[in-house]
Design a protein around this ligand. Structure first.
Ligand code: 5GP
Ligand code: MG
Length: 376
């Protein structure tokens, strides 16, 4: 079970479906006992919408004759109790002289259930039994007896198994609780640049200047391989066969880097994401911890300059093959073809920031600093 996002809020797992089921088994068993010799046919009254799921699960377990009806009555909007109970709506079954088993999802202050119980008695119900999936005993201060309570919970806002947050979340089979963990204040930066742009040099200086964590996928892979971890061995055998390391592996490494560094000011990703699909995955990884890509720092350099820099570097490093114009041009073309969709992705999100990557290392660095400073 993972964290879920409903509108603007995160919820974390709280009660598993298995636990809910066994609590329902137990409460249904008690009701079956109480009604096994009952003379008449009780009405099972589902309080819409929250109790729909619970009522269905509960009724499947009943082994005495019963009818089903429903009613709507709500006192909640969003996560704050409005303190008002509205009138009941949609009661279509005649109640006079009948025994009613009211099925509620949750009893909080108890205002809803006491009002409903009163209305049913006024309508002439012979008896009103209350069954609720959940009760918050710390909050419940009414005298009304709750006949059947499947589970008691602390005073926290929950969703799932029929319960909603602004109408969302009813469909989850487990119960979730509002995540009150502190929000992720770390910043997430990406650095982009063509070969020869001095990305590595700039990244190292930025990280030191701002107290960021440098996350280079190349370095991470080399580290895993050097340490001989299982992941490293897998990666090594793939690379040796000339194959790419699968996205899941790279993404897994990134997710654990994020988790392993809770106290940094931010991260600077280098060499990732390389594709639009990876960019989408990164968004999902970050959404999981409440973060997002804050800025893409892109070093722009004219192709002509890139060409010269690559050739110059190859000459210095004495790699004659890499000085061939067609080899160099091919590297540049590949870079554009690969990064363009990723650039388009981040432009669409409004976080793409391009700076002039020509000039001295110090000039470029001061431009990068001015940009980064806006976020920290
Ligand atoms: P009460 O009248 O007892 O204060 O509130 C009962 C109603 O409030 C429930 O039927 C339910 O609709 C809503 N409610 C109370 N607590 C919660 C909660 O933790 N989560 C959700 N989703 N609804 C709640
Ligand atoms: Mg309700």
């Amino acid at each position: 079970m993972e964290k879920i996002l409903l509108k603007d809020k995160y919820f974390v797992p709280y009660i598993s479906y298995e636990k809910i089921e066994s609590a329902i088994d137990a409460v249904a068993e008690r009701i079956n006992q109480d009604f096994k010799d009952f003379d008449g046919i009780p009405i099972v009254l589902c309080v819409l919408n929250g109790s729909i799921v619970f009522t269905g699960e509960l009724m499947k377990r009943f082994n005495f004759p019963c009818e089903l009806s429903s009613v709507r009555l709500s006192s909640y909007e969003g996560t704050l109790s409005m303190g008002v109970t509205r009138r009941i709506l949609g009661l279509t079954t005649a109640i006079k002289g009948r025994t009613v088993i009211v099925v509620e999802d949750i009893v909080d202050t108890g205002k809803t259930i006491t009002d409903l119980s009163e209305i049913l008695r006024e309508a002439g119900a012979a008896d009103v039994k209350i069954c609720t999936l959940l009760l918050k005993p710390e909050v419940y201060k009414k005298d009304l007896k709750l006949d059947y309570v499947a589970m008691e919970i602390e005073n926290r806002f929950i969703v799932g198994f029929g319960l909603d947050y602004d109408q969302l979340g009813r469909n989850y089979k487990d119960i979730y609780i509002l995540d009150t963990a502190k929000p992720d204040t770390r910043k997430y930066f990406l650095i982009f640049g063509p070969p020869g742009a001095g990305k590595g040099t700039q990244a190292a200086r930025l990280v030191e200047r701002f107290g960021l964590k440098h996350v280079s996928t190349g370095d991470l892979l080399r580290r895993e391989m050097a340490a001989g971890t299982e992941l490293g061995m897998q990666a090594k055998s793939l690379i040796e066969k000339g194959m790419l390391v699968p996205d899941e592996v790279v993404e897994g490494m990134i997710a654990s880097e994020i988790e392993a560094n809770p106290d940094v000011k931010g991260f600077l990703f280098d060499g990732f994401p390389r594709t639009a699909a990876q960019a989408e995955h990164l968004d999902r990884i970050l959404a999981g911890c409440g973060g997002k890509v804050d800025a893409v720092l892109s070093l722009a350099i004219p192709d002509k300059t890139v060409f010269e820099r690559i050739r110059h570097r190859a000459e210095i490093e004495n790699r004659p093959d890499d000085t061939k114009p067609e080899v160099i041009q091919n590297r540049i073309d590949t870079y554009h073809a690969k990064t363009e969709p990723v650039v388009a992705f981040y432009k669409g999100k409004g976080v793409y920031r391009e700076i002039d990557g020509t000039g001295t290392i110090d000039e470029v660095f001061s431009k990068l600093c001015a940009l980064t400073d806006n976020y920290l």
